[in-house]
Design a binder for this molecule. Structure first.
Ligand code: GDP
Ligand code: MG
Length: 581
């Protein structure tokens, strides 16, 4: 075990995590040049490869001969997702290793998401090796970034390694440093085998496979195991190492990282953060830190074509097999028909699910505006959770409405401070603190209602800062808000799927904005159509779509096919617009 090193990579999106991991595989000759031909080996999801983002790398076990001592080491690389939506997964991955490589782009410097993860790693007592990547870039400024790392985290700047994932410079030394600096896994004193699940997924042939870090004892092939958090039992049908392909072994032991094939049919029985134990009396103490997934963002998903509803239902149940953080329940909307109300970890997670429904299941879907979960406290003291604004109880029966708040950290160049502050003020943020990262960049800290950041906050932030801002958020609990439910009426009827929650003070202008937007997108009808925004029975804004001009085709009875076609085409166009809404 003295030769075992478990570590992860912490990096902001695009700072070169995948590229560096590929160099590791190459330098350690874990994969041959030919196998490496398909670059970015460890990005598994199609979506990730296409968008060039890495949500999570495939774990890899590598052998490395230390250059000086010629000792042979085993290096286990696992990964932390570089996105705020997956904070919980990040914390579990960190708990599975003894050290972390902090990768910072030599041209960009520290970003908000790196910051959050590094603090979490420090809390977990991980040994951190700061690395400045992309030193081959013409605009790289490694000295400045090293100073930044020293100022922000307190790691001495001389200790920052300088590498290039592209050219491979410095990667050799980095591998040696991992052997020198990262601590040996500690020995266990527990009598039962315990292993931390840091990832799990469904394999159509083998059932659920868990990626684990064995903390105490060993897991042998054929052993009966118990998942403490979900209280499910299974047999370890196969165990082994990820190199990075799964390679079966007779057992995996204390300190090691490996996989366990459970044969279970449902990932929700094998959750990230849970403990696999050998103790069938179920008395073993679970490892700390297990939490069930808590969705942060909710939205309705409907099919464009109502006949596709059963397909959507099947697709979601299949997705659930590989993604235990997704939750959904049936929802009916008068306007959109049958669909599902789904809960996601965050906006990226929602986007991923949306893309997967589109690509893997070929479904043409419509997603309603994302919202958070509100708590309505009724006059009789009862509390109701509202994840769909149209379900908000009658205003008369509600005492107060609570909404989730978040603490956000935004890192921006100094010249954009004003723009960011203005945006945060508009979104009802409360200023907390401003810290300088270096001479030209600051970290702005605000508390802000979660509901304000789940819609277009990030896009607006990017545009007011010319793309320079990076953002991280963290939920900090519920607070009472001055909130109202706004209904949208079209031709006098409430369209349930368009209902939304907003701050009382914003209601007027939001109402006007929505009416104007709808006026643009709803095609003209034969009669004037009123679009109204209402709070309770009070109308706060109104627009009217004027009637179509005299309908010439009305006189054309039967016969003319080309005209009919034209009308149909127009109708199709209208449907497309509906989707845009
Ligand atoms: P990830 O999102 O952290 O996985 O980042 P990637 O590894 O996908 O890298 C993001 C981009 O940076 C890609 O276009 C890489 O080719 C590029 N890149 C990564 N490392 C280096 C490097 O050392 N030098 C240069 N010039 N480009 C790099
Ligand atoms: Mg990548």
């Amino acid at each position: 075990m003295d030769q075992l090193r478990n570590f992860c990579i912490i990096a902001h999106i695009d700072h070169g995590k995948s590229t560096l991991a590929d160099r590791f595989l190459e330098e350690t000759q874990t994969l041959t040049q030919r196998e490496m031909k398909n670059t970015q080996m460890l990005d598994t999801m199609e979506l990730e490869q296409e968008r060039g983002i890495t949500i999570k790398l495939q774990p890899a076990r590598m052998n490395w001969n230390h250059t000086k001592t010629q000792e042979e080491f085993i290096l286990n690389l696992i990964d932390t997702p570089g996105h705020v939506d997956f904070q919980y997964e990040v914390s579990r991955s960190l708990a599975a290793c003894e050290g972390a490589i902090l990768v910072v782009d030599a041209a960009q410097g520290i970003e908000a998401q790196t910051l959050a993860t590094v603090y979490m790693a420090i809390e977990n007592d991980l040994e951190i090796i700061p690395v400045i990547n992309k030193i081959d870039l013409p605009n790289a400024d490694p000295d400045k970034v090293a100073q930044e790392i020293e100022d922000v985290f307190g790691f001495p700047k001389e200790l920052c390694l300088r590498v290039s994932g592209k050219s491979g410079v410095g990667v050799h030394d980095l591998l040696d440093s991992i052997c020198d600096l990262i601590p040996v896994p500690s020995l266990s004193e527990e009598e039962h085998t315990r292993a931390l699940i840091f990832d799990s997924f469904f394999d159509p042939y083998k059932g659920v496979i868990a990626y684990v870090r064995v903390m105490d004892g060993e897991i042998k092939k054929g052993m009966k195991v118990h998942m403490c958090g979900t209280d499910s039992t299974a047999e370890a049908l196969e165990v082994g190492y990820m190199i990075p392909m799964n390679v079966a072994q007779p057992s995996i032991k204390t300190g090691e990282i490996g996989y366990v094939v459970t044969g279970l049919k449902d990932v929700s029985q094998v959750r990230v953060g849970d403990t696999i134990s050998s103790d069938m009396t179920k008395e073993a103490r679970p490892l700390a830190g297990y939490k069930p997934a808590v969705p942060m963002v909710y939205a309705g998903i409907f099919t464009i074509d109502t006949e596709d509803y059963p397909l959507l239902r099947d697709a979601l149940s299949k997705l659930l097999l590989s993604d235990s953080s997704l939750i959904y329940e049936p929802e009916t909307s008068k306007a959109l028909g049958f669909g599902f109300r789904c809960g996601f970890l965050g906006l990226l997670h929602m986007e991923i699910i949306q893309e997967r429904l589109d690509r893997e299941f070929n479904l043409n879907i419509l997603v309603t505006t994302p919202t958070v979960r509100y708590v309505a406290v009724l006059r009789n003291g009862e509390e109701v959770m509202i994840s769909n604004p149209s379900e908000m109880p009658d205003i008369g029966s509600v005492e107060e409405i609570k909404q989730p708040w978040a603490k956000i950290e935004v890192i921006v160049p100094e010249s954009y401070i004003g723009a960011v502050m203005k945006l945060c003020d508009e979104k009802h943020g409360v200023y907390m603190e401003m810290k300088y990262i270096d001479k030209t960049r600051v970290n702005l800290i605000y508390e802000i209602p979660m509901g304000q950041i789940v819609t277009d906050f990030f896009d607006t932030l990017k545009s007011v800062t010319s793309g320079y801002a990076s953002l991280t958020y963290e939920e900090i609990g519920l607070r009472v808000g001055q909130l109202v439910k706004m209904d949208i009426l079209i031709a006098g009827d409430v369209v349930d799927s368009l209902s939304l929650m907003c701050e009382k003070g914003d209601a007027h202008h939001i109402g006007i904005d929505i009416c104007l937007k709808l006026k643009e997108v709803i095609p003209r009808q034969m009669f004037p159509v009123a679009i109204q925004s209402a709070i309770g029975s009070r109308i706060v804004a109104r627009e009217t779509i004027p009637a179509m001009r005299k309908d010439v085709t009305a006189k054309l009875y039967g016969g003319d096919v080309s005209r009919k076609k034209k009308l149909l085409a127009k109708q199709k166009e209208g449907k497309k617009r509906m989707k845009a809404i």
